[in-house]
Design a protein around this ligand. Sequence first.
Ligand code: SAM
Length: 285
Amino acid sequence: MSDADEGILYVVATPIGNLDDLSPRAARVLAEVALVAAEDTRHTARLLRHLGIAPAMLSLHEHNEAARVDQLDARLVAGEAVALVSDAGTPLISDPGFVLVRELRARGRRIVPVPGACALVAALSAAGLPTDRFLFSGFLPAKGGARRARLEALAERDETLVFYESPHRIRDTLSDLAATLGARRVVLARELTKTFETFLEGSAEALLERLAEDPDQARGEFVIMVAGAAPREAGEAAAIEADALLAALLAEGVGVKQAAAVAARTLGGAKKAWYARAQALKDGD
Ligand code: SAM
């Protein structure tokens, strides 16, 4: 049975730079489907030309995605195979396709991934930061205030943090990283799979200096990876938990003495020490 069975939506990953990264299976699916739904048909036409094929194409981007659902579903119901591609990498990963896939899955259609390049996975695979757990946060907000707020909200996460970034904002983002997350290890993966592929690493501040010395390093496409927050010492974590309990009790109007008694009963330790801590919290220290 061929890979392009009928009535299937194939979600096909395409290269993020190096055309040799298109898998033979992806090439076969693109050649066999009745229709290719593409983020930008002119962009995808170049890839298809490179493959020597010319399937029918339809645009599917963030502005028309919802309106395309019924149209594409009708093709699947008619027994046709359709491929979804974005400009580069894996569709739906900071790219269109989520609404289509969600709706078609809700209608019980068969959706088959054809995996391949994805910038965040390529970047993590060569960065040397922990990959057992990571948090991909896509593109940070364009405006400085919202960007810093997003970073602050991630400051306590202990997984490796991964962001996409464009050359227009790379300096601003590095400078906000330095301000919000401090001197953690950052790895900047630039132009992956392309001629000027580079991995730079250091603190956000050191990387900013590097970009100032060599402006070419600020060109192209970036994946930013940041070491997660260092795990708290057990004592520090316990102190934070204790303070939270005392603060909650005080906020409820419980007196210092009673709050200290509850804390001592719940978390152990001397009532006298809890009293001192509760009093300090009440005094705003
Ligand atoms: N769907 C794509 C994927 O699977 O990675 C991502 C699409 S998103 C619109 C584009 C962003 O991905 C770029 O701004 C950059 O942050 C990252 N990116 C894509 N290609 C890259 C490459 N060759 N090198 C570094 N980052 C890349």
